[in-house]
Write a protein that binds this ligand. Structure first.
Ligand code: 5AD
Ligand code: SF4
Length: 439
């Protein structure tokens, strides 16, 4: 028997890419590939790319450049580009980087094994179609191995919102929801393999409207049905749009204990003028009232968000409005980015804010977020939280897990990965908590 071929996958960007990389590894596993963490020993290197900001896309080209010596040393090495840069640039990638053998967009991953075979036969292929069928239907079932207590599960892809700065509607296409029963059976399969927490993924996950046995299911319905699965202890979902936060979903946060009290709800800006220019279709006030309603249902809800500074036309007053909104919400966590013009998006046509102004705003905003994050974490000291243990920590006898609020927690215990226990928090370090088992 010949030795298995080795596949090295590098994943850039979002959690949906993490999930897609796992599914691609599984599909290639059926073709005799095993994954490796060492690019130098790989027979195939696959870059699962992100196109959301310019830096992310440029990184792919510099990484491809760095693969050149590997390809020279091993001419049989196959190099593939997957993900949103593949979708956006297609055959251009082959022109710019002739060392690439295949280019596969996010909707065509079920074709990857065939494309890898073509590459082995010396043929270059590009597939960036948006086929009608669900790509996940054509990927093999999830394997028995790789038991981790937490898993991602993509339920929805694409976006119809067309925020003026964003490439997602172009790279991932229109919103598509997977059928509810497929998700339920994938979730049950994960739980049988030891998974205790599932994070439902989608670019616009709260717009989920997949076909169910009795009509379309909303995300709230999906959550409530998943909560009935024995052995599944925690449910999360990301990323949401404020305008799709339905009453049923808000109610589920108040009523369903398995739905975790952490919500990533990007707002991007606190200025109504900028929100309008961004085509967000909501105001700052809409967002704040929404958070009031969410916190009325679930008072301890930990909020997380995304912000863009330096969007074209952003004035000091607009930026101040964003800072005010952040103060009003009090985030436990937030991601912030300097605006990056993406070719093909409406905002890319407009005059940019000077880079030094945007840099200074980003620093100011990040300092406020860091402070809120630190204070929120410190407020956990003395509280009892539930922790799902994931893996051994660095110290002997230590385990690391996540609290309901998604804080990393270090605990001395002989509990195992997958166990959940009440933990009293004793200490807050910059990026994690420490605590002891209660009782
Ligand atoms: N420039 C900067 N940040 C962006 N994001 C999306 N597009 C851009 C862009 N062109 C950010 C948004 C989004 C997150 C995933 O990335 O904040 O919510
Ligand atoms: Fe992009 Fe806006 Fe859709 Fe989010 S909601 S993926 S930012 S277009």
């Amino acid at each position: 028997m010949s030795a298995p071929k080795k596949l090295f996958i590098k994943t850039y960007g979002c959690q949906m890419n993490v999930y897609d990389s796992e599914r691609m590894a599984e599909a290639m596993g059926a073709e005799g590939y095993v994954t490796t963490d060492v690019a130098e020993e790989a027979d195939m290197v696959l870059l699962n790319t992100c196109h959301i900001r310019e830096k992310a896309a440029e990184k792919v080209y510099s990484d491809l450049g760095r693969l050149r010596p590997l390809k020279l040393a091993n001419p049989d090495l196959k190099i593939g580009v997957a993900g949103c840069v593949a979708q956006a640039e297609g055959a251009e990638i082959l022109k710019r980087m002739p060392l690439v053998d295949l280019v596969v967009g996010p909707q065509s991953y079920h074709r990857l094994p065939a494309m890898a075979k073509a590459a082995e036969a010396g043929e270059k292929t590009v597939d960036t179609d948006f086929p009608e069928e669900d790509k996940f239907d054509h990927l093999p079932d999830r394997p028995k191995a790789a038991v981790r207590p937490t898993a991602f599960l993509t339920v929805q892809e694409g976006c119809d919102k067309f925020c003026a700065f964003c490439v997602v509607p172009y790279t991932r296409g229109a919103e598509v929801s997977r059928p509810a029963e497929r998700i339920m059976s994938e979730a049950r399969g994960l739980v049988e393999k030891g998974v205790r927490e599932i994070t439902l993924l989608g670019q616009n996950v709260n717009a989920y409207h997949g076909a169910g046995p009795d009509g379309d299911w909303t995300l709230a319905r999906l959550v409530r049905e998943l909560a009935k699965v024995d052995g599944l202890e925690r449910i999360r979902y990301t990323t949401s749009h404020p305008n799709d936060m339905g009453d049923d979903l808000i109610a589920a946060h108040g009523e369903e204990p398995k739905l975790m009290p952490y919500l990533h709800l990007p707002v991007q800006s606190g200025s109504d003028r900028i929100l309008k220019a961004m085509n967000r279709k909501h105001t700052a006030e809409d967002y704040l009232r929404l958070i009031d309603r969410i916190r009325a249902a679930r008072p301890d809800m930990m909020m997380s968000g995304d912000f863009i500074v330096g969007f074209p036309g952003e004035t000091d007053a607009d930026f101040d409005a964003t800072m005010d909104l952040i103060r009003a919400v009090n985030y436990g966590m937030a991601y912030s980015f300097k605006y990056s013009a993406r070719p093909g998006t409406p905002a890319a046509e407009k005059a940019p804010v000077p880079a030094e102004v945007a840099d200074a705003r980003l620093q100011t905003l990040q300092a406020l977020i860091t402070e809120q994050q630190r204070a929120t974490q410190e407020a956990m000291v003395g509280r009892e939280v539930s922790v799902l243990f994931e893996k051994p920590g660095r110290l002997p006898g230590q385990m690391v897990g996540k609290s309901d609020y998604l804080h990393a927690a270090h605990v001395q215990t002989d509990l195992r990965p997958g166990d959940i226990a009440k933990v009293r928090i004793t200490k807050s370090a910059p990026n994690s908590l420490a605590g002891e088992i209660v009782g």
